[in-house]
Design a protein around this ligand. Sequence first.
Ligand SMILES: NC(=O)c1ccc[n+]([C@@H]2O[C@H](COP(=O)([O-])OP(=O)(O)OC[C@H]3O[C@@H](n4cnc5c(N)ncnc54)[C@H](O)[C@@H]3O)[C@@H](O)[C@H]2O)c1
Length: 356
Amino acid sequence: VIRVPVELGSRRYDVLVGEGARHELASVVRRAAPGAARAALVSQPAVAAAGWLDDLDPGLAFDVSLVGDGETAKRLSTIEELCRGFSRCGLARGDVVVAVGGGVVTDVAGFAAATYHRGIAYVNVATTLLAQVDAAVGGKTGVNLPEGKNLVGAFWQPGAVLCDTATLATLPPREWACGRGEMAKYAFLGPEAPGTSMLELPVDEQVARCVGVKAAVVSADEREGGARMVLNYGHTLAHALEAASLGGPGERAGWDLRHGEAVGIGLVFAALLARRLGRIDDARVELHRQVVAGFGLPVCLPAGAEPRALIALMGRDKKARHDLTFVLDGPAGVEVVRGVDERDVLATLWEMGASR
Ligand SMILES: NC(=O)c1ccc[n+]([C@@H]2O[C@H](COP(=O)([O-])OP(=O)(O)OC[C@H]3O[C@@H](n4cnc5c(N)ncnc54)[C@H](O)[C@@H]3O)[C@@H](O)[C@H]2O)c1
């Protein structure tokens, strides 16, 4: 098991990565919530069906709550249901929540833990590649609104994160591609030159390397005052594409992109926008395309993408301050760029084949 620390002073914790890491649960729960008498396990039907709850032992009496599947489960009513369940089971201030699943489970269970009794301890057992390399680490928790993704949430750090790579054995192929979206992002944020060489490492080392990049960024800027925004690389368009497909009846876009797939498209878009703004050259754009494709992700906009609707959604992005803000590559590396001209964004979407 590889141990990657997330250095956050009194809130520091370890991410344990490797085959069988889930069997460390009782010991990490003891450390994260020393006074706990009860645990609430939060998971999903697919994780339970794959058998990953069967031999999980938090070392305490526990109850299991299952939440629904997909982005629609990431809603405020899920938090209410979870917290009511915690209360009925007698979960108290000193007790602990254990999230067992992908990013949907860690986001909602983390947010429920952040707000139940004004905040109780939680531990993540990440069972998707995406959750292991990204969602379960760093303390961002929350839910969606119909108006956009992750609009309600809290910074609430877990007491530990277990990334058991054995659980990836049952992960559907499309979910692997999703995790690779975030991995492709880290390929541009880490200390090495961007590329796909990471994919040649054993999977636990791939995960640990990505967690290391995320841990360094989170340690430097826990609450996203600035530097942490680079973790949104590729995400501005990605979130808009996802929000468009979540939109209200009659305005729902006709595509079904998983988060990581949307990030792949978003990375290529960000590179094209950076080139239009004179920040990077053609070769660097091509490198983005190669890395995204090398990680097995789409590089093109979905058919029927309506550019003005996407721009409206991007203006609502949480990085934005009533303007269009992007994370873009450039001479000084990947950084936040504010006040991008809408005409440049529109032209870039057209360049990617958006409808006129
Ligand atoms: N908080 C953060 O910092 C952060 C970062 C990135 C992404 N996210 C969020 O993460 C979410 C996406 O997470 P995800 O990609 O893990 O998807 P997901 O949580 O929806 O999981 C995908 C599917 O796989 C199933 N599953 C999980 N583990 C499995 C396993 N081992 N075997 C078989 N099936 C399994 C799940 O039940 C689900 O049906 C998005 O909502 C995104 O916003 C959060």
